[in-house]
Ligand binder design. Structure first.
Ligand SMILES: NC(=O)c1ccc[n+]([C@@H]2O[C@H](COP(=O)([O-])OP(=O)(O)OC[C@H]3O[C@@H](n4cnc5c(N)ncnc54)[C@H](O)[C@@H]3O)[C@@H](O)[C@H]2O)c1
Length: 713
């Protein structure tokens, strides 16, 4: 029988054969090239020896069935031609079709997960038995592609277009019981007895003779292209088309795909899907989104390495119960690390607890939490006006007011109350970690732990290494951030760290556009159409104009040669008029409710008047040039951060901006964006705006990259 390095065949009794998925040297099964080749050989063996076989069970020797295709193989695949990609797909199509056409019944026994190519393999079997804790789904859409090995074709025929659309467009993994209710699973059994039950099931099926063939006929059946069908397809298209973003070609293509192929002969439908896959895999969005997956792997590897060196944090403390302190306390408590929340004001403690309660009340309303769960989280937060209990904590995050003197005093006072092995961190947004460390006896056990607002929603935590911070401190911070279900990115200390350092040049570009007479709303609309969740004016209002002005000044001081403003700073003028942004409903926009209670946002007359006072010109500018003038400063600052070692890799720089700022995911991050445009094209654009000053100058390293024809990824 066949014995490969990823797949083997083994004989069971009564002429039954087991195809075991067991990729050697890996903890999980993937449908990588090796597995595809092995699968092809195993199926060939079964075809050639069909006379000797009565039935087949497909099982996994690992804790999951198949995790999906090997995405690390995608980047080289996506550089190939459309025809090459289709040809590559057909190799495995032919294997799965041959598996599907074997002249005996086949049963897939699914444990753990079967995702993407894993589920496609399972759908080629006649029957699927799922372990009760198994999950199955098609995550391809999250990578900017569609299933390529018949997933959309088989799924649509098995569960109908409407349900299939949900699966294919959401990219979610569904639990076994959902699969059973839709008829995708023939039985759901306990995980311990999965293999035995699947064999018993197969024996029953074999005893029923040709009954399994009806399952195949059902899959091969062609949908009549009649009026009823056309109406139902029109309804599905209507339901989804408004929700889908033009920036993400995959969901739109999947909608067109899965509503078109059910009326085709099975093999023709596979061909349509293969063409769709090849087309999508050549899009910039697919390259960016698969790139993000790879970037995420880089972060996971770093977290894994840090976990080995980290000191365990069983209990923590946070100083300050304000917006950030309250959020940090909630996040720590709700993810299982009890935390002391210390403030100097009783009412601040009440407010901190109230904020945590509010977050959980919303979760209760959505059915994601119950009262007992809420009480448990609250019992994990100990409000305090004193340092009681600090000697037993492994980690302290300082989140008091953004004032270097107060912070230095609070940090050095705290150091007297904690053990020698505890780590102390500051959530400062703008103060140098190396400077703050000067007030400490143990600067090596101090670093930055920069959360973003609102803490419970924002995924990123910048872990800032000061000059004296040691590796154990960094590792412990990374591990604690992971325990809080956040994504830590390690950065070296510099003004603005990574995210704000890169964000404020973008705002600087915005200020220059305003001074050139380009309208607030126009800039916001152009940048939102580019893909940002909100334009710069709206974002400034959300951040708060006081915070904006403060951070902007820190960055101007840090990098005067390029970040000093050329002309009046509009946010400073707005702040001087008492506008704080959304906090007080006054900023670039006015916020309020109309007579019918509907929320509105409109350009604030005061902001417009302030700009009009400063501006006596109205530049004719294209949308493309607005985008360029906004994005160039941000992208170049990202390059500088990479050059200076503020972040170690392009992957981390891009992930920081995706997770910390909401950089459009389909563009992959600022460095991927340069790669997509082409380094030479981007350089040309930068040069064309060189007259605008320091923010529009290529760093020296860029020329070296151009000469060496290297890319960021
Ligand atoms: N708000 C944001 O968007 C944001 C985002 C990232 C980082 N940060 C940083 O987080 C820190 C806190 O910001 P915030 O917005 O939560 O401020 P905040 O004003 O809402 O809260 C600060 C809290 O610190 C308390 N406090 C003052 N002195 C104290 C002391 N000696 N001991 C204990 N508590 C004390 C105050 O009573 C107050 O409750 C700042 O360093 C800020 O730069 C803020």
């Amino acid at each position: 029988m066949f014995q490969g390095n990823a797949v083997r065949l083994q004989a069971l009794d009564n002429g039954l054969v087991e195809l075991v998925l067991d990729l050697q040297g890996e903890s999980v099964n993937k449908l990588n090239q090796l597995t595809q080749d092995d699968l092809q050989q195993a199926v060939s063996w079964l075809t050639e020896h069909a006379e000797e076989v009565n039935g087949l069970i497909i099982s996994s020797a690992k804790f999951l069935f198949i995790a999906g295709a090997d995405i690390t193989e995608f980047s080289s695949l996506f550089d190939r031609s459309h025809a090459d990609i289709e040809q590559w797909l057909w190799k495995t199509h032919n294997t799965l079709c041959a598996l599907e056409e074997l002249p005996f019944p086949t049963v897939a026994a699914i444990n753990g997960v079967a995702l993407g190519g894993g589920l496609e393999t399972a759908l080629a079997a006649d029957y699927r038995i799922l372990a009760e804790d198994a999950k199955i789904g098609f995550p391809e859409v999250t990578l900017g592609i569609c299933p390529g090995w018949g997933g959309s074709v088989r799924l649509t025929r098995l569960i109908g277009v409407e349900s299939a659309m949900d699966w294919l467009i959401s990219g979610k993994a569904y639990p076994a019981k959902v699969a059973k209710s839709l008829g995708l699973a023939d039985a759901v059994v306990s995980s311990d007895s999965l293999r035995d039950e699947a064999i018993t099931f197969l024996k029953d099926v074999v005893a029923k003779g040709d009954a399994y063939k009806t399952k195949r006929e059902f899959k091969y059946a062609i949908q009549k292209n009649d009026e009823v069908w056309k109406a139902s397809i029109a309804a599905v298209k209507e339901q989804y088309s408004k929700k889908l973003s033009p920036h993400y070609p995959a969901p739109l293509a999947i909608l067109a795909l899965a509503t078109s192929h059910p009326t085709l002969v099975f093999r023709d439908a596979l061909a349509v899907e293969a063409q769709c896959f090849a087309t999508l895999s050549l899009t910039d969005a697919a390259k960016s989104l698969t790139g993000l997956f790879m970037n995420d792997q880089v972060l996971k590897r770093k977290s894994k390495a840090a976990a080995k060196l980290a000191h365990p944090v069983n209990k923590a403390a946070v100083l300050g119960a304000g917006i950030m302190g309250g959020g940090i306390a909630y996040q720590s408590a709700s993810t299982g690390t009890p935390i002391i929340m210390k403030d100097i004001r009783e009412e601040a403690l009440d407010l901190g607890l109230h904020t945590a309660s509010g977050i959980m009340d919303k979760a209760i309303q959505r059915g994601r939490l119950d009262e007992a769960g809420k009480e448990k989280v609250l019992s994990n937060i100990t409000p305090s006006l004193e340092y009681d209990g600090f000697e037993a904590v492994g980690y302290v995050v300082e989140a008091v007011v953004e004032n270097p003197k107060i912070k230095a005093a609070v940090l050095s006072e705290t150091e007297n109350h904690i053990s020698d092995i505890a780590v102390l961190a500051s959530n400062t947004s703008t103060i140098s970690i190396t400077e703050l460390a000067k007030s400490l006896r143990k600067p090596e056990r101090f670093c930055g732990m920069h959360f973003f607002n609102p803490v419970h929603q924002m995924q990123l935590v910048e872990v800032i290494r000061g000059e004296q911070t040691n590796e154990e401190t960094i590792a412990t911070t990374v591990a604690y951030a992971n325990a809080m279900r956040k994504t830590p990115i390690i950065v070296n200390d510099c003004p603005g760290f990574l995210v704000n350092r890169v964000l404020f040049p973008y705002f600087n570009g915005f200020n220059r556009l305003l001074l050139d007479g380009v309208g607030i709303e126009r800039i916001d609309t152009v940048m939102e159409t580019f893909g940002w969740p909100m334009g710069p004016a709206y974002l400034a209002d959300v951040i708060g104009l006081d915070t904006m002005v403060h951070a902007d000044q820190v960055l101007q001081e840090g990098y005067p040669e390029r970040m000093t403003h050329d002309g009046v700073v509009i946010i400073e003028g707005l702040l001087a008029q008492g506008a704080l942004g959304q906090k007080n409903g006054k900023g670039f926009y006015e916020y309020g409710k109309d007579e019918s209670g509907k929320r509105f946002k409109k350009v604030a007359a005061a902001a417009q008047a302030l700009i009009d006072e400063q501006v006596d010109t109205s530049l004719e500018i294209s949308d493309a040039d607005i985008i360029a003038r906004m994005m160039i400063p941000m992208c170049l600052e990202s390059v500088r951060c990479l050059d200076e070692g503020i972040v170690e890799s392009s992957a981390e720089a891009d992930m920081g901006l995706i997770l910390g700022l909401g950089f459009p995911r389909f563009r992959g991050g600022p460095l991927r964006y340069i790669d997509t445009l082409g380094l030479d094209v981007f350089a040309e654009k930068v040069r064309s705006f060189g007259h605008l000053g320091g923010l529009y100058q290529l760093p020296e390293s860029y020329q070296a990259r151009l000469d060496a024809e290297t890319r960021f990824f």
